[in-house]
Design a protein around this ligand. Structure first.
Ligand code: HEC
Length: 177
């Protein structure tokens, strides 16, 4: 191949590369649309603001649990390969503290946020908000924090006081209560 042909080829490749960079650069700094943002904009504050509509009870949550969670966290959330989410309440100041959702987490609203964004581990985002409320109710009920028939929703969940609510130092006093 002559030097000229190689040069023409190289020039062409550079042109393609610059075009590619230019097209991509045009995407930089572009504002995201509300629609594209919505699936990512799901943080729930400790005080419950930004909780979605929907509701659920522990009874319904037991079904959601059996189908989506029990394989990793045990039939009753007490064991399984990914660990217990129930028990240990009152053990934190003992010689053998057991940290679970029930014994350690300060806000029930955080449980909703976490489950909605991260669980089930292999398929986050696959459940409805009614299912999220129900499975959160199930875990709270299994920890003895609410009753079986208590309906969890954007209105009631923030009112649930977790056993370790006062076990943390508030760094940002304006968040939560
Ligand atoms: C495929 C296995 C798997 C399934 C199914 C699963 N989880 Fe998990 N879960 C995990 C793993 C692994 C962790 C630890 C993740 C980490 O620390 O990053 C975890 C952590 C958690 C935690 C936080 C525990 C803590 O104290 O930090 C909660 C709450 C939880 N899962 C709830 C659920 C719920 C509710 C479901 C069903 C909707 C579910 N998980 C389904 C594997 C699973």
């Amino acid at each position: 191949m002559s030097m000229l042909k190689i040069s023409v080829k190289l020039a062409f490749l550079w042109a393609v590369a610059f075009l590619f960079i230019e097209v991509n650069a045009q995407q930089l700094g572009k504002g995201i649309s509300e629609e594209d943002l919505a699936p990512w904009d799901i943080s729930v504050d400790p005080n419950g603001s930004r909780l979605p509509s929907g509701s659920g009870t522990a009874a319904k949550g037991a079904e959601v649990w059996a189908d989506n969670c029990s394989a990793c966290h045990g039939e009753k959330a007490e064991d399984g390969p990914a660990g217990a989410l129930v028990g240990g309440v009152g053990s934190l100041t003992s010689d053998a503290p057991v940290k679970t959702v029930g014994s350690f987490w300060p806000y029930a609203t955080t449980l909703f946020d976490y489950v909605r964004r991260a669980m089930p581990y292999h398929a986050p985002g696959s459940l409805s908000d009614d299912d999220h409320y129900a499975v959160v109710a199930y875990l709270l009920e299994r920890n003895g924090i609410i009753d079986e028939d208590d309906v969890m929703s954007a209105k009631t969940l923030p009112k649930v006081k977790m056993p370790n609510h006062d076990g943390f130092i508030q760094y940002w006093p304006s968040k939560g209560d």
